[in-house]
Design a protein around this ligand. Structure first.
Ligand SMILES: NC(=O)C1=CN([C@@H]2O[C@H](COP(=O)(O)OP(=O)(O)OC[C@H]3O[C@@H](n4cnc5c(N)ncnc54)[C@H](OP(=O)(O)O)[C@@H]3O)[C@@H](O)[C@H]2O)[C@@H](O)CC1
Ligand SMILES: [K+]
Length: 479
C-alpha cells in the first residue's frame, strides 16, 4: 500500500528532518534524484545526444524552492555535458543560490524560449503553489515544444491537495516527486497530468505521520490479501452471496452482476428476482429464486443493478437491509435510498454504496465536484457506511476515515454494465468475510486490472468481456 500525504503533513515532516541538516541539504538530495531521472530519460530518448551529453534542456524556474530544485538538477546535467537554458518565469523572483550554481556551471539565463528543447524541466511551482499558472508561464508553455516534459514534485498549476485542475497547468510525461506521494499524483485531472510518477527518497519517511491522507493499493496487496480457498473449504465456508438485480425486461444487469459474483471468492451464488431463468441460462451454477425472502441464508447481498425503482424493489431493499449481513447497494437501490434515507435507521451490518457522480448527488445533495476524496469521505461518515465513488480514479471511503484511491482505472470501464460486474465482485468478497472498505477496494482494483487486460486485446471491450476476463486476472494472483 502506498501512502499519500497532503502538503501540511509534508511540511511538518520536512521541518523535522531539516532540523538535523545543513541548509539546502534537502534541495541537493532532491536535485540529485531529479537529475538522475532526467539522465535516464535522455539515455532512452533517441537523438544526436548521448544521454545528457549534448542534450538541450530548458528549465522553467518559478520563485520558490521548486525552481531551486530544477536549477540545481540542471547544473548537474550541464556537468554531464548538457546545454541548459533557464527562464525565470517570475523575473527577479527566483532561487538566488540555485541560479548562481546553474550559471557558474555554464547554464544560460534567457527571457525567451530556445528554438529546440529535448527535455523541459517544469520547476515553476511545487507544493507551495496555488492552482493556476502565471500568465508568462502559460505563454512559454505554448511556445516550447519539448520532446519530453519532466515536472518537479507536481505538474505546476494543479491543486496539490485535491488533484483538481481549475486553470492552466503543465502536462508532464514524468513527474519526479520527493519523500512521498501527494494527492495530485493520484486524484482527479492532476493525476492524468502527472504522467509516470518517480518517487525519490530524501529521508522524509521516518518523519511522516504514520497514516497518510489516502492509501493507494498495489498488486502485492491483492496477492497478500485475496481470500483464495484452501483444502478445508467447502462452498458454504467460502461464503454464499445473494444477488437481487435485473428484471424480466432487463435481465442483462442480473447476468452481469452474477458473473461478477461468480468470479469472486464466494463458493455459492444465489439469485433472487424476475430474471432467474435468464441468469440460469447464462450461469447454470447459480441457484435462482423469486425474492430475497425465499433465498435462504447468505453471507452478503447485492441489490440494485437493473432492478428498477418501483414498489417491488423498494420492498426487496427493505428485506436486504433488515438482514444482519454485509450488503452492496448499487444503481436503483441507491436512488431508492436517496428517496428514503430513513431506511438505514436500524441498519448495523456493513454497507457498501457504489454511486457514480449523479447517484452521489442524489444521496448527498451536491455533486462530488473536484474534491472527490473529501466528498466520498463526508458521505461515508454521514451514512456510516463505505462509499465507492466511481471514476477514472475510483475512491473508496470508509466511515472510520480510511480512504483508498484505485490506481487501475481504465477508459474501457466507461461502458454500460461494468458497474454491475464490479458490484457483484464486491458482494462476493464481502461474503468471503473481507471487511467492507477492503472488499470495495480489492474489487475495484481487480476489476480495473481485468479491464486493462481485455483492452490490450480489444479496442472497446464490453462489460461481459471484462467479466469473462476476471477469473483469469484474479487467478494470476495465485501464480
Ligand atoms: N517539502 C520537502 O520535503 C522538499 C521540498 N522541496 C521543494 O520545494 C518545493 C516547495 O517550495 P516552496 O515552498 O518554496 O514553494 P514553491 O512550490 O516553489 O512555490 C511557492 C512560490 O510560488 C508562488 N506561487 C504559488 N502559486 C502560484 C501561482 N499560481 N502563480 C504564481 N505564483 C505562485 C508563491 O508566491 P506567493 O504565494 O508569494 O505569491 C511562492 O513564491 C517542493 O515542491 C519541492 O520541489 C525540495 O527542495 C526538498 C524537499
Ligand atoms: K513543478
Amino acid at each position: 500500500m502506498h501512502g499519500v500525504w497532503r502538503t501540511a503533513a509534508v511540511r511538518r515532516a520536512e521541518a523535522e528532518l531539516m532540523r538535523g541538516l545543513p541548509p539546502l541539504a534537502l534541495m541537493h538530495r532532491a536535485a540529485a534524484g531529479l537529475a538522475a531521472t532526467c539522465t535516464q530519460l535522455l539515455r532512452a530518448m533517441p537523438g544526436k545526444h548521448a544521454g545528457a551529453y549534448g542534450a538541450h534542456i530548458t528549465v522553467l524556474a518559478g520563485p520558490g524552492d521548486n525552481g531551486g530544485d530544477a536549477l540545481l538538477a540542471a547544473e548537474r546535467l550541464i556537468r554531464q555535458g548538457a546545454q541548459a537554458t533557464a527562464i525565470a518565469v517570475m523575473g527577479e523572483r527566483v532561487h538566488r543560490q540555485a541560479l548562481r550554481a546553474f550559471r557558474d556551471a555554464g547554464g544560460r539565463l534567457a527571457t525567451t524560449a530556445p528554438t529546440h528543447t529535448d527535455l523541459l524541466i517544469d520547476g515553476i511551482i511545487g507544493i507551495g503553489g496555488r492552482p493556476g499558472l502565471p500568465e508568462r508561464a502559460v505563454q512559454l508553455l505554448e511556445t516550447i515544444h519539448p520532446r519530453l516534459t519532466v515536472a518537479v514534485d507536481v505538474p505546476s498549476g494543479v491543486d496539490v491537495d485535491t488533484g483538481a485542475v481549475p486553470g492552466p497547468a503543465v502536462n508532464a510525461d514524468v513527474t519526479v516527486t520527493f519523500g512521498c506521494r501527494k494527492p495530485a499524483h493520484v486524484l482527479g485531472d492532476a493525476a492524468l497530468r502527472t504522467g509516470y510518477l518517480d518517487l525519490i527518497d530524501i529521508g522524509l519517511g521516518p518523519y511522516l505521520e504514520c497514516e497518510g491522507y489516502l492509501q493507494v493499493p498495489t498488486l502485492d496487496d491483492m496477492i497478500e490479501q485475496w481470500p483464495f480457498p484452501d483444502e478445508l473449504d467447502d462452498k458454504y465456508t467460502r461464503g454464499v452471496v445473494g444477488i437481487a438485480a435485473g428484471s424480466a425486461e432487463y435481465p442483462g444487469a442480473a447476468i452481469l452482476a452474477t458473473a461478477g459474483a461468480l468470479s469472486g471468492p464466494a463458493g455459492y451464488v444465489r439469485y433472487a428476482g424476475a430474471a432467474k431463468a435468464q441468469v440460469h441460462n447464462h450461469h447454470p451454477e447459480v441457484v435462482g429464486t423469486d425474492s430475497v425472502a425465499t433465498a435462504g441464508r447468505t453471507q452478503s447481498w447485492l441489490i440494485g443493478p437493473g432492478s428498477g425503482t418501483g414498489e417491488a424493489t423498494a420492498h426487496e431493499l427493505k428485506q436486504v437491509l433488515a438482514r444482519p449481513v454485509p450488503a452492496v447497494l448499487d444503481a436503483d437501490a441507491i436512488t431508492l435510498l436517496a428517496q428514503s434515507p430513513h431506511l438505514l435507521a436500524n441498519r448495523e451490518a456493513p454497507l457498501v454504496l457504489t454511486p457514480h457522480d449523479r447517484e452521489f448527488e442524489r444521496l448527498y445533495g451536491t455533486a462530488p465536484g473536484d474534491r472527490r476524496a473529501e466528498a466520498a469521505m463526508a458521505l461515508a461518515k454521514r451514512l456510516h457506511c463505505t462509499v465507492l465513488l466511481k471514476g477514472h480514479h475510483t475512491i473508496v471511503a470508509d466511515s472510520d476515515g480510511t480512504v483508498y484511491v484505485n490506481p487501475t482505472g481504465h477508459p474501457a470501464l466507461a461502458t454500460a454494465g461494468t458497474g454491475d460486474v464490479l458490484a457483484g465482485l464486491v458482494a462476493s468478497l464481502l461474503a468471503a468475510g473481507i471487511p467492507a472498505a477492503r472488499a470495495a477496494m480489492m474489487g475495484a482494483f481487480m476489476h480495473g486490472m481485468a479491464a486493462r487486460a481485455v483492452a490490450s486485446e480489444i479496442v472497446s471491450p464490453v462489460a461481459s468481456q471484462i467479466a469473462a476476463e476476471l477469473p483469469g486476472t484474479i487467478g494470476a494472483l495465485n501464480d
